[in-house]
Design a protein around this ligand. Structure first.
Ligand code: PLP
Length: 401
């Protein structure tokens, strides 16, 4: 680390943040763009779609509505209209009953909420169990609490679900929080209600908060087997907080709308942290989010079809190259072992691929220790973009098998 030129160095908790591998990837991209090279970025999971018209209209209506003023500060706990909409959506989608007053909380994106829940419950030195590979923001959020991160493996042979009975007793005894994310970023792995029931039992036995992140719940590709909520499991309300997001399901990533639902005491604690660091979402966006949750859900079905179609095309194309990747059952990602000739060196694979083609994938080690040897493709380009990616990759001198 270079010595600080500023009058005071940053706090230890910032200095000790884990290295962010994607920063290096980002630099590779910037350098190539500055040199005028063609770059196709399939590294980041930033949806290329737009929010539905009814949602945009609701925002505009709120801005122009003179019967109330959405331009001032909102209330700390968010508008009652949005809390009711969250409760209604959970009822319709999962048959889960939530008290809008005490068991729901609007968030400025689920990333913020997850980090602030950690702040509410993790003291310095406390242990958090993070199954990996995972959404990398979990690491930074836990590190800012100066918590001990214990990675537990998500293995392909177990459908990328953790085997909780394998968690050593001493680790289970000291853990305070377990993070589950299904459908899973980056693996695309899914889980069923039986898995959540077991996780709830395990967390109750071990006195561990179960944090469920279902940011991709609307992007499951099997219409007859849609992803479930942890709150459907008996007893979940006693131990669980679930985070949902409109970013991927409703193509609203830049709007920053998420929600926390679940145990009322934990929701209050999260609200307490938030009331000290933010002022909830812009009122216009809250009205638009309420419309997104209570209006037509066609956008979710459309997004599912788009991502599934892209996954099928890219998987078929990769296989035609000789790279045998699995078709994901959900999400907007393809998670695959890197070609055997690279061993476990995912960073070397994605760097060489980028150098030769301009196609940027994410290195698996950026998602945690158990991501090593894999890479992630984000399905954020349309059919023409996919055709171009495959054309570029065909020319690369890479041994895919
Ligand atoms: C698993 C997972 N959780 C949460 C988020 C953050 O979502 P939001 O936009 O609601 O902050 C992401 C974003 O990529 C994600 O992949």
């Amino acid at each position: 680390m270079c010595p600080s030129k500023f009058i005071v160095p940053v706090a230890d908790r910032v200095a000790n943040l884990p290295p962010y591998i994607f920063a290096t990837v980002f630099q590779m991209k910037e350098k190539a763009l500055a040199a005028g090279r063609e770059v196709v970025d399939l590294g980041v999971g930033n949806p290329d779609s737009r929010a539905p018209r009814n949602v945009v209209a609701a925002l505009n209506n709120a801005i122009d509505d003179h019967s109330w003023n959405c331009h001032g500060y909102s209330t700390f706990r968010g508008l009652p209209q949005l809390r009711r909409a969250i409760s209604q959506w959970y009822g319709n989608r999962f048959a889960v009953t939530l008290d809008p007053e005490t068991e729901t909380l609007p968030l400025i994106g689920s990333k913020e909420g997850i980090a602030n829940l950690m702040r509410a419950y993790l003291n310095a030195g406390d242990t958090i169990l993070i199954p990996t590979p995972c959404y990398p923001a979990y690491f930074g959020a836990a590190a800012l609490c100066e918590a001990e991160i214990a990675e537990i493996p998500l293995r392909e042979e177990n459908g990328f679900r953790p085997v909780l009975s394998d968690v050593p007793a001493d680790l289970a005894a000291k853990a305070r929080m377990l993070l589950l994310n299904y459908p899973n970023n980056p693996t695309g792995g899914v889980c069923d209600l039986a898995f959540y029931e077991e996780a709830v039992r395990w967390c109750r036995e071990n006195k561990v908060i179960l944090v469920s992140d279902i940011a991709y719940s609307e992007l499951g590709f099997d219409d007859d087997n849609m992803p479930v909520s942890v709150l459907q499991a008996p007893g979940a309300m006693e131990v669980a907080v679930e985070f949902q997001s409109l970013s991927k399901s409703h193509s609203m990533a830049g709007w920053r709308v998420g929600m926390a639902v679940g145990n009322a005491e934990a929701i209050t604690a999260l609200g307490r942290v938030k009331s000290n660091v933010d002022f909830s979402l812009f009122g216009g966006i809250q009205m638009a989010a309420a419309e997104a949750l209570t209006g037509s859900q066609q956008v979710c079905a459309d997004n599912r079809k788009v991502y599934e179609g892209r996954a099928r095309k890219l998987v078929a194309g990769y296989r035609a190259l000789g790279w045998n990747v699995p078709m994901p059952p959900a999400t907007m990602y393809i998670w695959a072992r890197i070609p055997a000739s690279y061993g476990d060196d995912d960073f070397r694979f994605i760097s060489e691929l980028f150098e030769q083609t301009g196609v940027l994938l994410s290195p698996g080690s950026g998602f945690g220790a158990y991501g090593r040897g894999y890479c992630r493709t984000s399905l954020v380009t349309d059919d023409a973009g996919i055709a171009r990616v495959l054309e570029l990759m065909q020319k690369a001198e890479i041994k895919w098998g």
